[in-house]
Ligand binder design. Structure first.
Ligand code: SF4
Ligand code: SF4
Length: 368
């Protein structure tokens, strides 16, 4: 058995509560209720344990992490544990005073999401009237304090035409980086494939715009790019490989190899309330299920790319093929690839389907 390296990054999903209701949300369809959320003390213990086993970067996410009243205390504790802290936020719920408090607590970096480049688009996608204007105000406060900023633009069929403006906005805001993330179909996004799937032409145009902007803005703005994998030839290296460099803690304390791992029904996930993080990372059956390459079947097992992409995304294989150990069907070598691309074309050409908005934790899940 190959030696398991320590994790480098941890995503702490502090809460599933969020004022927005984005149909592209990758949170699970069954959201954790507030009364199941970890306490401040348990989160702080988790951060200390993470630092002890080698984690360097802590991403504080949700839901909307600003929905937690103890956010500043959590940031301070994470910094005290020696972790680099990144707040992943929609900006809603952050006041100028709260940002100043987070700065004083040592917050290192902010990643601000962008649902659209104008109020009409952003408020429609976020399902929150006035959200865009509020976000622009928060962006100005972030700039005034001087937080290093990444803009995170999730793009899909309805807003892909706004990509050039999103890149300009990142430069205007003084962001160091923009993440151009074509929607990935997990959680609520999977319910919205008809409404959000980009066309093949849009996917190709996005790649062209990103290449042009990377050349033009070299030294000014770093552009990370997640292409539309349903229209691609090879899968992405999901989570850098299962149980290889990162882990997630869900709001209720379940420790996951990736944020969608709960969709793999035969895996049982340990909880940070009961089990030390080191034991979970190194020894739990869920983290060892798809580590390395031994678990792979053909065509991955004899493929020269197997240590590059580790067979793609296990959750995507589960969702589309019904087998988490299958080759990710976004791979051209998968026997399911042709059918996936046909389905992607059908989704992208379907008339504008209604959006299924994410609900609040504890609210009924909308019918199919
Ligand atoms: S994607 Fe939208 S709804 Fe989901 S957590 Fe982020 S801001 Fe909230
Ligand atoms: S066959 Fe498997 S390892 Fe090879 S490129 Fe496809 S997903 Fe990656």
């Amino acid at each position: 058995m190959t030696r398991v390296p320590p994790p480098i990054a941890m995503l702490a999903e502090l809460t599933h509560r969020c004022p927005l209701a984005c149909p592209y949300c990758s949170n699970p369809v069954e959201l954790a209720r507030q009364d199941r959320e970890l306490s401040t003390e348990t989160w702080i213990s988790a951060f200390r344990q993470a630092a002890e086993i080698g984690v360097l970067q802590l991403h504080l996410s949700g839901g909307e992490p600003a929905s937690r009243r103890d956010l500043t205390a959590l940031v301070a504790a994470a910094r005290e544990a020696g972790l680099y802290t990144n707040l992943i936020t929609s900006g809603i719920g952050l006041s100028e005073r709260r940002l100043a408090e987070l700065d004083a607590a040592g917050l290192d970096h902010i990643q601000l999401s962008l649902q659209g480049t104008d109020a009409a688009m952003a408020d429609q996608i976020g399902g929150y009237k006035g959200g865009f204007d509020r976000k622009m105000q928060v962006a100005a406060w972030i700039g005034a304090i001087g937080f290093p900023l990444t803009l995170n633009a999730v793009l899909h069929r309805r807003n892909l035409h706004q990509l050039p403006r999103a890149i300009d906005m990142a430069v205007e805001m003084g962001a160091r980086r923009i993440e151009v993330a074509t929607v990935q179909f997990h959680g609520w996004a999977l319910k919205n494939r008809d409404a959000l799937m980009p066309t093949r032409a849009q996917a190709a145009e996005t790649t062209r715009i990103v290449a042009e902007a990377r050349a033009r803005l070299k030294g000014v703005l770093v552009i990370d790019y997640v292409p539309a994998d349903y229209h691609g030839d090879y899968p992405k290296r999901c989570m850098g490989g299962w149980g290889t460099s990162g882990l997630n803690i869900a709001p209720d304390g379940q420790v996951l190899p990736c944020h969608a791992a709960q969709t793999i029904p035969h895996l049982r996930f340990e909880n940070i309330r009961d089990t030390p993080l080191a034991d979970i990372w190194y020894d739990s059956p869920a983290f060892n299920a798809y580590r390395g390459t031994d678990w792979m079947a053909e065509p991955c097992q004899s493929c020269e790319r197997k240590t590059k992409d580790f067979g793609g995304c296990r959750c995507q294989a589960m969702a589309i093929v019904g087998d988490a150990a299958a080759t990710d069907p976004t791979c051209i070598k998968s026997p399911h690839h042709g059918a996936l691309q046909d389905r992607a074309r059908a989704h992208s050409e379907s008339a504008d389907a209604a959006l299924t908005y994410r609900t609040a934790p504890g609210k009924p899940i909308p019918a199919e």
